[in-house]
Design a binder for this molecule. Structure first.
Ligand code: BDR
Ligand code: CA
Length: 313
């Protein structure tokens, strides 16, 4: 049976790879893509999602634009890691179809209620603003969402935007706090896991051999990140963050996760967005799962095979 999901994201070069992976996967049923301001402003992330679904040949999947700013902070941005418009140096694409008029949080509520309880997974690749707004507007949603699989947070790796915080959680810590305080089961794939998944030269080259527009776009995103990481951070191979969420949904055995209670620092300026991961909780009462290990070879193999199977032979 197909797994049903909604993807909330802020494309973003790694969001782009995650979206293209999900839209190519035959065993996933993507109900919608909702977008949020994060890496670039919200209107741009919505346009980018429309571009990506067109490249994937999936204009049947609706896109909904979401929050332009975090719950109670000024919008951030990570254009230096994603390019001014969010999709690296991808050549401009004219979209045939725009995003819907309904907002992301309204669409989340409507779509999740349109399905049987606990049958829809929410995959979150950006700041959690839309999800928090939907849960505020309709708290009953918490008992209907099957699980949230989110990219965010950092524990043993330290932060990537400040010493102690990862970008998605730092950008809207209040939203993450609200979401993690509900009864929704949350799997958090933070930097501890995603820094293990590196786009090495060999792995990018394998994707470059696939003859399809989605694969060429993924390869272009990976090459862009490779250049940026080498220049800004000094790492030879860029970590692949957001696609880990889709890989976890498709093949959870590629990751090691530990039951935990995760709380978010919202008050301190110094440690804003820090994820306090408490493992000393009984496994059966722990509300969250925290990822500690990822099988990088397995994740890239999954991406390469899924894109190859979808390519014209
Ligand atoms: C996260 O931050 C964003 O810049 C990426 O798209 C990813 O979601 C990594 O910290
Ligand atoms: Ca993202």
């Amino acid at each position: 049976m197909k797994k049903t999901l909604i993807i909330d994201c802020d494309p973003g070069v790694d969001d782009a790879t995650g979206l293209l992976l999900a839209l190519a996967a035959p065993d996933l049923d993507v109900l919608a893509v909702t977008t949020v301001g994060g890496n670039v402003p919200a209107a741009q992330t919505a346009r980018n999602a429309c571009i990506l679904r067109q490249i994937a040949g999936r204009e049947d999947v609706p896109v909904f634009m979401g929050a332009e700013q975090p719950l109670r902070r000024a919008p951030a941005g990570a254009g230096e890691f994603h390019g001014a418009e969010g999709l690296g140096d991808l050549a401009p694409v004219e979209t045939r179809q725009s995003y819907e008029a309904e907002t992301a949080s309204e669409a989340l509520i409507r779509l999740i209620h349109s399905r049987e309880p606990k049958t829809v997974t929410l995959v979150v690749m950006g700041p959690m603003t839309n999800v928090a707004l939907a849960l505020r507007q309709d708290p009953s949603l918490a008992d209907r969402i099957q699980q949230i699989i989110a990219m965010g947070g950092a524990r043993s790796e330290g932060g990537n935007i400040t010493a102690s915080a990862e970008f998605n959680i730092w950008a809207d810590p209040d939203a993450a706090h609200e979401v993690l305080s509900t009864s929704v089961p949350v799997v958090l794939l933070g930097l501890d896991a995603t820094h293990q998944v590196r786009a090495t030269e060999e792995r990018i080259a394998a994707i470059e051999t696939i003859d399809s527009d989605p694969a060429r776009t993924v390869a272009a995103m990976l090459r862009f990140s490779q250049r940026v990481e080498r220049t800004i951070v000094g790492w030879d191979a860029a970590p692949l963050h957001d696609p880990c969420t889709i890989a976890y949904l498709m093949r959870p055995e590629l990751f090691e996760v530990c039951p935990a209670h995760i709380r978010i620092e919202t008050e301190s300026d110094l440690t804003r967005g820090h994820t306090a991961v408490e493992f000393r909780v009984a496994a059966d009462s722990a509300p969250h799962l925290w990822a500690t290990k990822a099988d990088a070879e397995g994740v890239f193999d999954l991406i390469t095979r899924t894109l190859s199977d979808g390519a014209i032979k």
